[in-house]
Structures are given as structure tokens and as C-alpha cells.
Design a binder for this molecule. Structure first.
Ligand code: BGC
Length: 717
């Protein structure tokens, strides 16, 4: 909480009963410089008792609060470490993300994967700032919104919470979100550290991984995000090379602190993230959301000499430094009133993000609909009328309103001009709707039932089951089948036949967190648009995209294969999983397999030409520039993607994304776009060292990862 704002008031669930007479006020440092903050931390550590220090190393009050709130997630801030009442030391108050602030009725943005498809860190930074404001306005100072686990396989249940299959995309977008949130003096935590890409077995699966894959594929984005100043890390539930991530000294101490020099704090994932007291010595600073394993046991372990007091002081120093850093900083806004939550500006940002993230996968010219040509529309599918913003796990955001496709299209064309039929209505209704319309839009895909964070039926979270209330059905989890549900495929076949017999276009809209295989029905469609879970304004954005008020500019943040066998092996029930260098576009490129839609694929209502690519190295950075021209007749945005190809002496990705930037162009306009990347993105790891393979490197501006004729420039490195 920044200077001049005051801390969040004492809340339900807070209070450890320590109001000793020697209470003194150490709530914020007098001197806001890093040295002043360190000196203040030293003073707090000198005043605090061992029990108070250990008290700061866990969350508190969550189970009771959750039960009291009828298990409504985010009904209040959750205390997640820090805090010594006697000394006025502030606590960490957690709220989750990432599709908005998982608290109250916040703005519901498009899911993270959608935002990944925008390839627009500037937009993501603005979303981060909006979240920072809404977090502050709702009494929290720690955000779990930055999720950057690599999408190794599209079946991962939580795919929607991350940005895609490429580490550079994850790094750029995660940096933008994290620094945007922190701009408002909220601590962002980057999660889940590390290699968390299977949902159903997340509590126990052991990911076996070698040094190269770990450092080159699964970790580099975490490092870049932390180097950009993100202050906290949340550990993953899974094991890595035999040890739980929450108590893995290789990850938390050798790599994070030793090699990367990270000075912030590390906290566990919720409830099941801590296993033994020795996790503190491995580098975990906070157990969340309750002292389930630590607390009294950690205190006893220190008293018995099993855990050193130095370990405790080190953890507390990290926590306090972060807390006092935000306490000492000046706020960008004079105040954070509750009316800023889901204010008109943030809702408009949610719509802008939905427009910029939709990916046009196919278009035979059916889109955009001409207003004169399409006056009556058949809107097909149950999902067209469903408020469907993503899963119902920890990232759930309960927006005040959600505009569905049906709402927005009815508002645009008039209710009578929109004929809705669902897969449950049967072929006759679908055919009749198409018969009475000028065109058809079918909304298909998934919901929280088919994918998402796995919510077991018994969500007792270690509480007394009586207090936890009646068990509910299990929801979400990994996808074992990447196709659409059978009833939707049947509806698309029927609609495709009716539309083509009548010479009317059928536009298919895919709502899903990652790849949906399209082979069975693709030929029925005149156009296919993937909108992901597009947030509270998704319907409005869709109507604008369909009718050309907005032009699609999203590009796929993952690979859509023709055959599920083209992805790496994926087992939601795995107890052990082996991760190597290969997944997504690099794997298909290596194997010479053409995907259905490659990473980076995305059409527009206009075309773009590239000229004059220049690449240079300046010290530890690469700089590139290219002229991009909008050849068409509509203004549009376009993301430019720069890949690198190495000299070929070592095993590495055949092509690797190293930088990207989005530009907006008027019809006929040309602009020079600058791209920049740390040279680090070209290096490979060899027994603890980072090496640059010397030789001729090629830099490619690709339409997608498989582009056979990219604009290229060479550089000897
Ligand atoms: C999720 C985390 C989340 C935490 C708290 C866990 O189940 O894995 O991503 O931040 O809950 O909501």
C-alpha cells in the first residue's frame, strides 16, 4: 500500500491477539530509499519475537473466512503472510487473477490465453494497471494474477490462465501484467514455479526434466519477469526431479536466489503446497493460506535446533522488504475508491482486449458481414446465450454483467432479426433458423465443465467437513479429447449442409482456452474465429468483429495440430512426466509436420507487406526494424513476429520467437516497427553455462511459425 493511503483496516479473520503493552509503531520506513527500507527491516527483526516472525511466514484465517462467506471465493481479502499487529507491521492481503481481480464484482477481462493472442504487451500493461487499481480499491496488496506456465500440451486444464506455448511470449506478457499491477503499489506474484502444466495430477506429479529444457524452455520467462521487478513467486504443487516445488532447494535457492539473484519472497500455492518444515530452509518464505504444516511445528523445529533462526530471519527480511517497499512508495492515484472497480474505463478496456485478441483462423470472404447483406442472422449453439467467461477455479471473476453473443447480436440487429437454435433443439430448428436468415453464426467450444482448474467435489480444504458444507460435483480439469463435444459437431454438420444448400455463409466461433481440433467440421465453415473466453464484453466485441467495426488482429499463441498424435504425450493422471526441449511449434517444425494452424497464424480483413528488415547487435541486445505497410482498405492492427534460426551446430529449436510488437495502421499507411530482444534469448545452456553458438544467424519475420518464405536478415554472431 503506497504512501499516504493507510493500510487496509483490520479485517475479519485478522488478529493474533498480540496487543502487548510494548506496542510500537513500525508500520512504514521513514526513509523510502532501499537502504532506509533495509534499516527499517533490521529494526523490525530486532523487535519481533520468534513467534511473531514465524507468524509472518504463513497466511491466516482463510478456512474460517471461506466457510463464513458460504465458500464465495474472493468475498474478502485473504491474509497471506506478513503482519505483526504489536509493531504495526502490515500484512499481505491476497487476491487472485488472472482474468481480472477475483474479488467482489471486478472487471472480467478476456482470459490470459486470449490476451496472449493479442501479442500486445502495451495492452497487457494497461490491463495490469487496471487490475492494480481494482486490487487497491478492494483492500488487497498481493496479486496472484501473473500465471506464466508454459502450455506444453493444449489439453492442460488451466491453459486459459497462461499466455501460450512460447517462453518469449510468456515473458513479455507476464512482465507487462506484473509491472502494470505493481505500478499501483500492489505486489505481483508470478506463478506457478515451476513446470506446472498438468492439472488433474498437479498435487503429486513428478516432472522429470534435464538442465537444458528447464533453463531454456520452462524457466526463462520467470527469470525475465523477476528481473523486470516482479516482487514475489508462488511455487507449484507438483514435484520437479523428485522434490516438491514448494521445498525444492535446487529451484528456490540455487536457481532463484543463487543464480538469478532474486531478492523478493516466495510463497506456496494454496493448502497443498507445503509438505514439511524443512521447506523453509529450502527457500520457501510463506505457507499459504494457513499454517497447516508450519506454524507451531516450525516454531518447535527452530527451538529444537532443526531449523536455524537465520532461515527464519532471512524469510522475514524478504517479506518485510517487499511490504515496506510498497508502503514507502508514492501512489500514482490520490485515492482508490471502490467506484473504480469495473468502472466504465476498465469495462471499455475489457472490450478492447476482446477485439484485439480474437484470431481469424479461416475466412473465404464471408467476413466481415456487410450491414446491407446480413440483416437477419441465425445464431446457433447453447454457448451463444451463455455467460461463459472461463473456469470456476481460483481465477473466477464474477463480473456485474456479461454480454453474450446473443445479447450483442440481438441488440445490433433487433431481437426479431436474430433466430437462435441450439444443439439440443435438433436439426429441424437449426435448418429453419438458417432458412430464415441471411447468414449463420455458430458459437461452439467449451465451458468450466470441460476444462479449467480441477475443483474436486469435496472442497473441504482440510477443514472440518461439517464446516465445509455439502460436497459439490467435480468441475474442470484437463482435456483428454481435443475435439469439440459431439453434439456441437453434429450441429455444425447439419448447419453446414443447410447453409451451403442455401448459399449462405456459416461462421464458426470457437470459445476455448486453447487448441480445439477442427478436422471433423472445418469444411462446413465459411469462416472460423477463435475468441477464447472473451470476458464480460465478449459479445459486444464479437458483434463488432463480425460486422467489421473492428478488424481481427489476434495471432495464435499455440499450435493447432491436425492430429492429436502430433503433440507431445500428455497424461492427466501421470505420476511422472518427462519434459524435454520439444513441444508446440518447435516439435512440429523438427518433425516436418504441417499443423492445421501454426503458432502465430491469424488473418485480418486487410493484408500487410514487410520490407527492409534490419538486425543489429548492440552489446547484450538485438535490435531489429522493419517497415510494415497496410495494403488494404481498412485500418487494422498487426503483430510483427521475429524468429531466429541458429547456425545449426547444436540441437535446438529450428525457429525460435525472439521478439514481437504490435502496430496500428491506417489504410495504405507504412510504419517502421522497432523490435528488441536480449541476446540471452539466443543462448543455450551447457553444464551450468550460457553459450552463444558462434556463426551465421538468420532472423525471420514470419506470418506464422511455419512460414516458408519469411523476410530474412542475417547476422554473424
Ligand atoms: C491455484 C493458484 C491460486 C491459489 C489461490 C490454487 O488452487 O493453483 O493458482 O493462486 O489457488 O487462489
Amino acid at each position: 500500500m503506497g504512501r499516504g493511503r493507510g493500510r487496509p483496516d483490520a479485517r475479519k479473520g485478522e488478529g493474533n491477539g498480540m496487543t502487548a503493552p510494548e506496542a510500537i509503531d513500525l508500520s512504514r520506513p521513514g526513509d523510502p530509499t532501499p537502504e532506509g527500507i533495509d534499516a527499517h527491516v533490521t529494526r523490525v527483526l530486532a523487535e519481533a519475537t520468534l513467534a511473531e516472525k514465524i507468524g509472518m511466514m504463513s497466511g491466516r484465517g482463510f478456512f474460517r473466512a471461506f466457510a463464513e462467506d458460504g465458500r464465495v471465493w474472493g468475498a474478502r481479502p485473504y491474509r497471506a503472510g506478513g503482519g505483526i499487529e504489536r509493531l504495526g507491521v502490515p500484512a499481505l492481503w491476497f487476491t487472485d487473477g488472472p482474468r481480472g481481480v477475483a474479488r467482489g464484482q471486478s472487471t472480467c477481462f478476456p482470459c490470459t490465453m486470449a490476451r496472449g493472442a493479442s501479442f500486445d504487451p502495451g495492452l497487457e500493461r494497461r490491463i495490469g494497471e487496471a487490475m492494480g487499481i481494482e486490487i487497491r480499491a478492494q483492500g488487497c496488496n498481493l496479486s496472484g494474477a501473473v500465471c506464466v506456465n508454459l502450455l506444453r500440451h493444449p489439453g492442460w486444464g488451466r491453459a486459459q490462465e497462461t499466455y501460450g506455448e512460447d517462453p518469449v511470449l510468456l515473458a513479455e506478457m507476464g512482465m507487462a501484467l506484473g509491472t502494470g499491477i505493481q505500478a499501483h503499489n500492489v505486489i505481483a506474484t508470478v506463478k506457478h514455479f515451476a513446470a506446472n502444466s498438468i492439472e488433474n495430477s498437479r498435487f503429486h506429479v513428478d516432472v522429470q526434466i534435464g538442465e537444458r529444457a528447464l533453463h531454456e524452455v520452462y524457466l526463462p520467462h520467470f527469470r525475465e519477469i523477476l528481473d523486470a521487478g516482479v516482487m514475489s513467486v508462488m511455487t507449484a504443487y507438483n514435484r520437479l526431479n523428485g522434490e516438491y516445488c514448494g521445498q525444492n532447494p535446487h529451484l528456490l535457492t540455487e536457481i532463484l536466489r543463487g543464480e538469478w539473484g532474486f531478492a523478493g519472497f516466495v510463497h506456496s500455492d494454496w493448502v497443498m503446497g507445503v509438505h514439511e518444515v524443512h521447506g523453509a530452509a529450502a527457500g520457501l518464505d510463506i505457507e499459504n493460506p494457513e499454517p497447516r504444516v508450519w506454524g507451531e511445528r516450525l516454531l518447535a523445529a527452530v527451538r529444537a535446533g532443526h531449523v536455524s533462526p537465520f532461515t527464519i530471519d532471512t524469510a522475514c527480511r524478504r517479506i518485510l522488504r517487499a511490504l515496506f517497499t510498497i508502503a514507502a512508495a508514492e501512489d500514482p492515484l490520490p485515492a482508490y475508491p471502490e467506484r473504480l472497480v469495473a468502472c466504465a474505463r476498465h469495462v471499455a478496456l475489457a472490450r478492447e482486449a476482446a477485439e484485439k485478441s480474437a484470431v481469424l483462423l479461416e475466412n473465404d470472404g464471408a467476413l466481415p458481414f456487410g450491414a446491407g447483406r446480413v440483416r437477419r442472422l441465425a445464431v446457433l449453439g447453447r454457448l451463444a446465450a451463455l455467460a461463459n467467461t472461463g473456469d470456476h477455479g481460483s481465477s473466477d471473476v464474477r463480473a456485474r454483467h456479461v454480454v453474450t453473443a446473443l445479447d450483442a447480436l440481438s441488440a445490433r440487429l433487433g431481437e426479431k432479426a436474430v433466430l437462435h437454435a441450439t444443439e439440443a433443439d435438433g436439426a429441424g430448428h437449426v435448418e429453419a433458423a438458417i432458412g430464415a436468415a441471411d447468414a449463420a453464426v455458430a458459437v461452439v467450444g467449451l465451458t468450466a465443465d470441460e476444462e479449467g482448474e480441477y475443483i474436486p467435489g469435496d472442497l473441504s480444504l482440510g477443514q472440518d467437513p461439517a464446516a465445509a458444507g455439502p460436497p459439490r460435483g467435480a468441475r474442470g480439469g484437463d482435456r483428454r479429447d481435443l475435439r469439440l463435444p459431439a453434439a456441437q459437431v453434429a450441429m455444425l454438420r447439419c448447419a453446414g449442409a443447410a447453409a451451403s444448400a442455401a448459399g449462405k455463409p456459416l461462421v464458426v466461433v470457437i470459445v476455448a482456452g486453447s487448441a480445439v481440433l477442427v478436422e471433423e467440421w472445418r469444411e462446413e465453415a465459411s469462416a472460423i474465429l477463435q475468441t477464447f473466453y472473451a470476458g464480460m464484453e465478449g459479445g459486444t466485441a464479437l458483434a463488432r468483429l463480425l460486422f467489421g467495426d473492428a478488424v481481427p488482429s489476434g495471432r495464435l499463441p499455440f499450435t493447432v495440430a491436425r492430429d492429436p498424435a502430433h503433440y507431445p504425450a500428455f497424461d492427466p493422471d501421470a505420476t511422472t512426466a518427462c519434459y524435454d526441449l520439444w513441444h508446440g511449434y518447435p516439435l512440429l517444425l523438427r518433425d516436418g509436420i504441417q499443423p492445421r494452424y501454426a503458432f502465430g497464424h491469424g488473418l485480418s480483413y486487410t493484408r500487410f507487406a514487410y520490407r527492409g528488415l534490419k538486425v543489429a547487435r548492440r552489446d547484450a541486445r538485438l535490435h531489429a526494424s522493419v517497415a510494415v505497410c497496410n495494403l488494404g482498405e481498412v485500418a487494422a492492427g498487426h503483430a510483427v513476429l521475429l524468429f531466429a534460426e541458429g547456425p545449426g551446430g547444436i540441437e535446438r529449436w529450428p525457429r525460435k520467437l525472439i521478439a514481437f510488437a504490435r502496430v496500428d495502421l491506417a489504410p495504405g499507411e507504412t510504419r517502421i516497427v522497432d523490435l528488441e530482444a536480449p541476446l540471452q534469448r539466443l543462448l543455450h545452456r551447457d553444464r551450468g553455462r550460457w553459450l552463444l553458438e558462434p556463426g551465421r544467424w538468420r532472423f525471420l519475420l514470419c506470418r506464422d511459425a511455419t512460414d516458408p518464405a519469411p523476410l530474412a536478415a542475417e547476422l554473424r554472431l
